[in-house]
Write a protein that binds this ligand. Structure first.
Ligand SMILES: *Cc1c(COP(=O)(O)O)cnc(C)c1O
Length: 480
């Protein structure tokens, strides 16, 4: 091709490629259409059902153009109104959060400006915002200034990062793996075992420490197990305490566990993915000793009500965090002089990533911290309220939870598990409020996880009415 031919072809191509940059007037119109849909969605939330079955439309990508309004309609019908409505206060299953609007605005800004947040040199401002969110978290959990941290996609990836640091610090590799021991409680989140497998520690020994009647790890048993393992020549290296278990809302005795870990020089990890932000409430004392942790994970997409896709990890020993993640490459040499700890890329498996910091940074400052605290405090009280109302209906309840996750079952005379499963099915078929189930202590139970910021007393009342309605159905069908 001659230069003239190239120029001619470029001019032709541009006529089409320019379509990716919309004229301002069209951007406005599109944005307005989007906010019409999102406004309508939010306005409808007080009335929506907690669960809707899957619709059957076609979401496959078509190569030709489709008008935005048509796509928005498809989205509303096929996505926004399908499955668990996780933005609604009626989501009391798994671990809800909600998704505050100001975080969505932050995501919009982040996407339009598209800064390269993981390398300080590339975007000192965005990298600083990421680091300030980490700094704020360090202050919340009384971690020292020298600790490092990173914003991840969620608790599972945060756990991976924390355990990799623990593994590298204790050099658990090769023949050492089979002799190394990790201590957890039976209520540990499965992302713990999953992370161990992913980072090559599938063959470590996992000890499940006994729990008390509130599902909290028993420090005495932990101490005994570690001593036995040391006596048999094994290599204890990691203790995982949970600050807010997913199924039972229990906070392990962090201070005592931390002390035992320190005494035996084990890496002390605290999984505060769900419960961590309750440290900002009247439950603060339960978190005493959390600053002893070598690593801690917490999910802003749970207890800070940010939309899904942001977790955090804090690690005290910067060197152990850098060991696996710090890397230089020739094509990155322009940034090599900047301090490596300012670049998140050195502390996480991700290089290019979504600028997550803004979706935490902006909401915290637009609202101030008080509404977040009030929301968490409200969830604690709503949990008590829900339990009291269920008790009055004759339900059996799990032990008083430390936080806002609890469980219950109806004491049917025969086939209790089977009957409670039927009750769960009725609740799912009803769908007005979403609850999920679990098996705790060998018993089938229905869980209530109260954390979504839009969950208020009216919704708990609605849940109680629904449960009562479903219970009658199950009892009636049994009598027939
Ligand atoms: C939710 C949760 C996780 C996993 O976090 P994701 O963000 O879902 O990956 C880990 N631990 C606990 C205690 C959790 O509640």
């Amino acid at each position: 091709m001659t230069t003239e031919q190239i120029i001619h072809r470029l001019n032709e191509l541009q006529k089409v490629s320019n379509e990716l940059d919309l004229p301002e007037s069209e951007q406005r119109i599109m944005l307005q259409k989007v906010t019409e849909v999102t406004d309508k969605f939010i306005n409808g939330l007080p009335q929506v059902r907690g669960y809707n079955p899957r619709k059957n439309g076609n979401l496959a990508i078509k190569a030709e153009k489709t008008p935005l309004s048509e796509l928005l309609e498809t989205y509303r019908y096929e996505v926004a109104e399908t499955g668990i409505n996780a933005a609604a206060g009626t989501h009391l299953g798994y671990i809800p959060g909600g998704g505050v609007y100001t975080a969505a605005l932050a995501d919009f800004i982040a996407a339009v400006t598209n800064p390269y947040a993981s390398v300080y040199y590339a975007s000192p401002g965005a990298a600083s915002i990421e680091n300030e969110v980490v700094n704020w978290l360090k202050s919340v959990f009384s971690f020292p200034e020298t600790a490092v941290g990173s914003l991840s996609s969620g608790g599972s990836v945060s756990t991976l990062i924390a355990f990799t640091a623990a593994r590298d610090r204790h050099q658990v590799k090769n023949e050492k793996v089979r002799n190394s021991v990790v201590y957890v409680s039976g209520q540990v989140h499965h992302s713990t075992q999953k992370a161990l497998r992913i980072i090559g520690l599938e063959d470590v020994i996992i000890r499940y420490i006994a729990m008390d009647e509130h599902h909290r790890m028993q420090p005495e048993d932990l101490s005994v197990q570690i001593q036995q393992d040391l006596a048999s020549g094994l290599n204890p290296f990691l203790v995982v305490a949970t600050a807010g278990t997913t199924d039972t809302g229990a906070v392990d005795p962090i201070d005592e566990i931390g002390e035992i870990a320190r005494r035996h020089r084990l890496w002390f990890h605290v999984d505060a993915a769900y419960g961590g932000f309750f440290i900002l409430t009247s439950k603060k004392d339960l978190f005493r000793g959390i600053e002893k942790a070598d690593s801690l994970i917490v999910d802003p997409h749970k207890g800070l009500f940010i939309p899904y896709g942001v977790g955090a990890v804090l690690i005290k020993d910067a060197d152990s965090a850098l060991h696996s993640h710090y890397y230089t490459a020739n094509y990155m040499q322009d940034g090599a002089n900047e301090e490596m700890l300012k670049s998140q890329a050195n502390l996480s498996p991700e290089l290019t990533k979504h600028f997550r910091g803004l979706r935490v940074w902006l909401p915290l400052q637009v609202h101030g911290i008080e509404p977040f605290k009030a929301c968490l405090e409200e969830k604690l009280l709503l949990t008590r309220y829900f339990r009291q109302r269920l008790a009055k209906l004759g339900f059996s309840l799990g032990p008083e939870p430390d936080l806002s996750v609890s469980y219950f079952w109806f004491p049917f005379e025969n086939e209790t598990d089977e009957m409670n499963k039927r009750l769960m099915d009725e609740i799912h078929a009803d769908g007005s409020v979403y609850l999920s189930s679990s098996v705790i202590g060998g018993r089938f139970v229905i869980r209530m996880a109260i954390l979504a910021f839009r969950t208020k007393r009216e919704i708990i009342d609605r849940a109680v009415e629904m449960i009562e309605r479903c219970l009658h159905k199950v009892i009636q069908s049994e009598e027939k």
